[in-house]
Every structure is written in structure tokens, then in C-alpha cells.
Design a protein around this ligand. Structure first.
Ligand code: ADP
Ligand code: ASP
Ligand code: MG
Length: 402
């Protein structure tokens, strides 16, 4: 068997945890398996590095930021190989360059294009445990790139697909995928199984337990994913194509605090304005999510939209630079907002789901700023301070607990 085992930051946060992970991997190895390990940076190292960068320059070059951030993963893989070596097992660490893992060129948000597997195969054939840096790649200029926050999950799934691994195990600090973030909703229930589709929606809407592109890739290549704890032996959650469990109307609640709302006020009420505004943002590679346009009054209208909070500075700077061309009177911005969403394939055939969610929010006096829906999800934008209360109220309203 060939297994890919990925361990997140908290699972390798200190010496003791590194030793624990090394021992777990060695157990698989001694059972005769080929073991490929993917690691994140230790603890909150990536955040520490970002803070260091921003302290030097509030808007650092994306290339240099990736150059810095990739060091985090390089530390953890080298220490892990040393730990395993100390336990008498041959292990080798490899970074994205050594593998090589080819990505698109966009720094900070690159996509994996191709993974060379020869080196990995060669090391496995020598009966070594191969430990690979998560989150990073190299682009056509042989520069380091990163896959976006939480991207190590995607590295693991892509490797599992490329190596035709028998399983891809994502070890984290909770023991599986829950109906909501178990740190926020105490009554959240662990799911035995979840479909790729539902997991993809939850991940995209803020359930940080899996990077959304890892789920996309797992679905595309049929990689069976297991999410479980690195600290306990609890069973975990299997992410796969179909589940035996009967579909619930709502499968989970997710929240995303990485949101900024921007309003452009007093735009001309003429054709082409929305195009111009969103074209400026698209050209800066900024993802726009919810959009609300006011009904024009007299000769002006307002457009409000949300973007990821980490694109805030760039969005404001490109919009302000184009103030004259876009012709708005005022711009306002609020980052103390968050999205809360419900997801579930069963929603399609059940009217009244959105109303029930709004009722839960009304019952605890939470004001809704914006709403967006699709066939299988409802998202509201609310005050960031109210997120925990909202998630618990919605979770209760739909009876998602045991
Ligand atoms: P890692 O460093 O191992 O990648 P992450 O912090 O990225 O760990 O992801 C694990 C965290 O995801 C958990 O600690 C939990 O708070 C959060 N989380 C959010 N939504 C969910 C959910 N639906 N089920 C489980 N965990 C969730
Ligand atoms: N270290 C990176 C991050 O913190 C990648 C990861 O943990 O998946 O975002
Ligand atoms: Mg993660």
C-alpha cells in the first residue's frame, strides 16, 4: 500500500508533536507500506512570517512573500526527517523544487499543474519515508509559489492522485468533519461520511478543515480522503463520491470571517458601470463574492460587494486609483463582517429553508446585511461579532445535533 499522510500546523507545532507524528508514520512504514508525508509549517509559523513581512512593508511584493512563506514548510520537513532518522528509520525531506511541483505563476494563489514523481518513486524504492513540503510549488520562472492559505491539503491530494496512492489521510486538530466548526458550535456532530460535493461547498464557504481545492482535486481524481485527528485514534470522516447516509436537507453550517464589504456610492446610473467596477477588480485578480446593486435613484446608484479581507488593501488602492474613470462620489469599507452559510443538496427540493435560517437569526436579533443563494446554499452577511451566536442558532434551528 502507498499512503499519503498530511499533518497540519498544530500537529507539528513542537518537538513532542513532531515525535508523535514521526512515530505514527513509522508504524505504517514498519507494516510494509510506502509512506509519503506532507507537512505544514509548525504551529502559527505562516502567520508569524506574514506579520514579519508586513512590519517591513505593509504591501510586500507577492514574489518575495512566497519566498518567505515557503521557509515555514521547509523547517518542518527537515526536522521531521531528523526525528525519523533519530528513531532509526531512513527518511528524506524534499521541497517543491526538489520534487518538482509545477504550478501556475500567480504568487500567493498558484494552482498545481504537474508533479514530477520520479524522485519520490526513487526514494520510496530505497525504502525511505518521503517527507514533502505542503503549500508550495515552483512556477515557470523557477520561483517559489504558494497555493493559498491552508494549501497543504491540496499538495497532499495532488500527490495522492499523481502517485495513485491507496489512501490520503488528512490529520488535523479535530477528529473529523463536523456539521459546523466544533470550536464554535459545541453541539456539532461528527459526520462519518460526506460527499465531495457537500464538502466542497462547506470548504468554499469557510469550513477551514479542508482547503477547497483539495476537495475539488479529490473529486476529479477519485481520491478517497480521510480526515482524522493526529492526537487520537478516533475514526474520522471519509470524503467520497456517494454516501450511504440519507441526505439531510442541510448538511452543515459554515462561517467565513475573512470578508470585507465595500460600497461605492453615487455611481452614475448608466449602462456599463458594473462592468467597469468589476473589471478593475478582476484585472487585479481580486475575487468578488456577494454583489448588491441599489435601484437607481435620480441619476445615481450604489454598488456593494464583498471580497476576501486579505485583498482589502489592494482593492481599495485600485478602486481609489480609478476614482475618476469610475465616477463614484464616495467609497466605504467594513471588515467587521462575516459570511454565515448553510449547505445541503436536499435544499433544492425543500422550499422554506432560507426562511427558516432567517427566522433563526431573527430570534436572536441578528441583522442581515446581504443575502445570496444558490440551489444548495444560503449565505448571509452579518456583523462579525455575531458569528458564534448565529451559527449556534442556525445549527439548533435545523436540528443538526445528535
Ligand atoms: P490544520 O492546521 O491541521 O490544517 P486547520 O486549522 O486548517 O488545521 O483546520 C482544522 C480546523 O478547522 C479545526 O480546528 C476547526 O476549528 C476548523 N473547522 C471549521 N469548520 C469545521 C468543520 N465543519 N468540521 C471540523 N473542523 C472545522
Ligand atoms: N502553512 C500554510 C498556512 O498556514 C499552509 C497550510 O497550513 O496548509 O496557510
Ligand atoms: Mg488546514
Amino acid at each position: 500500500m502507498l499512503v499519503v499522510k498530511k499533518f497540519g500546523g498544530t500537529s507539528v507545532a513542537d518537538k513532542e508533536r513532531i515525535m508523535n507524528v514521526a512515530a505514527r508514520c513509522i508504524k505504517d512504514y514498519r507494516e510494509g507500506n510506502d509512506v509519503v508525508v506532507v507537512l505544514s509549517a509548525m504551529g502559527k509559523q505562516t502567520d508569524v512570517l506574514i506579520d514579519m513581512a508586513k512590519d517591513i512593508n505593509p504591501m510586500p511584493s507577492k514574489r518575495e512573500l512566497d519566498m518567505l512563506l515557503t521557509t515555514g514548510e521547509q523547517i518542518s520537513v527537515a526536522l521531521m526527517a531528523m526525528a525519523m532518522g533519530g528513531m532509526g528509520v531512513p527518511a528524506i525531506s524534499l521541497n517543491a523544487f526538489q520534487v518538482a511541483m509545477h504550478t501556475t505563476s500567480s504568487y500567493g494563489n498558484a494552482r498545481l499543474k504537474r508533479i514530477d514523481i520520479d524522485r519520490i518513486r526513487h526514494e520510496l524504492d530505497q525504502r525511505k519515508i518521503v517527507i514533502i513540503t505542503g503549500f508550495q510549488g515552483i512556477n515557470k520562472y523557477t520561483d517559489y509559489t504558494t497555493l493559498g492559505r491552508g494549501g497543504s491539503d491540496t499538495t497532499a491530494v495532488a500527490l495522492a492522485a499523481a502517485l495513485h496512492a491507496d489512501s490520503c489521510e488528512i490529520y488535523t486538530d479535530v477528529d473529523g468533519v463536523y456539521t459546523a466548526d466544533p470550536r464554535i458550535v459545541k453541539k456539532a456532530r461528527k459526520l462519518k461520511e460526506i460527499t465531495y460535493e457537500e464538502m466542497l461547498d462547506l470548504a468554499t464557504l469557510g469550513a477551514g478543515v479542508l482547503h477547497n481545492r483539495s476537495v475539488e482535486l479529490a473529486k476529479k481524481y477519485g481520491v478517497r480522503l480521510i480526515v482524522r485527528s493526529s492526537l487520537t485514534e478516533a475514526e474520522g470522516t471519509i470524503v467520497k463520491e456517494d454516501t450511504k447516509v440519507e441526505r439531510m436537507i442541510v448538511s452543515g453550517v459554515a462561517a467565513d470571517k475573512n470578508v470585507t464589504r465595500i460600497s461605492l456610492i453615487g455611481l452614475k446610473n448608466v449602462p456599463g458601470i458594473a462592468f467597469k467596477v468589476f473589471d478593475v477588480l478582476a484585472k487585479a485578480n481580486i475575487n468578488v463574492d456577494m454583489i448588491l446593486q441599489s435601484i437607481g435613484r435620480h441619476d445615481t446608484k450604489d454598488i456593494t460587494f464583498t471580497i476576501p479581507e486579505d485583498s482589502r488593501d489592494e482593492a481599495l488602492s485600485v478602486l481609489e486609483a480609478k476614482k475618476e474613470q469610475l465616477g463614484y462620489e464616495d467609497i466605504s469599507e467594513n471588515s467587521d463582517v462575516a459570511k454565515v452559510s448553510i449547505v445541503g443538496a436536499g435544499m433544492m427540493s425543500n422550499p422554506g429553508v432560507a426562511a427558516k435560517m432567517f427566522e433563526a437569526l431573527y430570534n436572536c436579533d441578528i441583522n442581515i446585511n446581504m443575502i445570496s443563494t444558490s440551489e444548495i446554499r444560503v449565505t448571509v452577511l452579518i456583523d462579525e461579532k455575531e458569528v458564534d451566536k448565529a451559527m449556534n442558532a442556525i445549527h439548533d434551528m435545523f436540528g443538526l445535533e445528535d
